[in-house]
Design a protein around this ligand. Sequence first.
Ligand code: MG
Length: 377
Amino acid sequence: MDRQRRKISILGSTGSIGTQALEVIDKLKDRIEIIALAAGDNVELLNEQIKKFKPKYACCSCPEKIEGAKYSSLEEICSNKENDIILVAVSGKIGLKPTIAAIENGIDIALANKETLVMAGDIVMQKAKEKGVNIIPVDSEHCAIHQCIKDISQVEKLIITASGGPFLNKSPDDMKNATVEQALAHPRWKMGRKITVDSATLMNKGLEIIEAHHLFDMPYDKIEVVVHPQSIVHSAIEYKDGSVVAQLGVPSMHIPIQYAITYPARYEGIKSKSFSFSQIARLDFEQPDYEKFPALKLAYNAGKIGGSATVCLNAANEEAVFAFLKGEIKLYDIYTITQKMLSSHNVIQNPTLDEIFEIDKQVRILTKENIKKVCSL
Ligand code: MG
């Protein structure tokens, strides 16, 4: 029995995706074995998870507090060839180095960390190709596209859906003066705080365009965004002959997480209810409002410029979102600050990993200085 179980490690086990992944695995215990769990500061929850899932190894910011598993660093976990697949569900740039380590060791990746591809998509996808490593997206839109594609060479364009977030039907003024609570009140998806703010500004969709460009090797002018408030159609592709294939389902992250960690097999798992067209009754689609959500165009442009532009976009946006969450700036300032950082950035084409980390660091310093200026106004 044991030899048949797929062996997995989870980076970010106490976060939103990590905890939902463990709910999925709990239903598939006879098919999946956990090798390692890695968390940040939440040692209490990590220790509960260790007790329940019994991984051999664990990682967190205070190793001495780990109970019931041997400490292993993120890099060591990702170099451990016992793993068949690693779920990268940490948030932010911390996901990049371990992902590359796993790819270099020939371990497949279930990728829930956007920054990995936004910061270093060219490097990551090239290495995965060289090593024959599968990168299965967990992000619901990319997971949908992954399920629709049979032969990428026959695909004409990708159609990424966006729920539109909490401000879809609000006025631009309401949006500019939004409180943190309003920005965090996402109508469809339960996610972490940073990504929920990104969903309110549609920057999340912008980052997803960049992610899709790298994952599916698709030019930016062949990636379309459509607003679909019900979040039932998770994304679609159009083939060269005009045929459109979409993936549908109830909006639950359990489904894309399970797809990514059990691919290509499918199991009943955690599925709680069956899908019903008649209960949904209607599906709406509309063009995104680029004036109300300028972050979307900003991300498109950064992607088209390429090189280090997307590193700058990601770092500036992330620092600005943190400042918004702390109540230091307004929601709209996230865009103006990110736009300013991007327009003053000297783009390097084909940056190395070291250059990427250095640019990330410098942009964050400059962004924080700009945030201080905005605060003092
Ligand atoms: Mg998504």
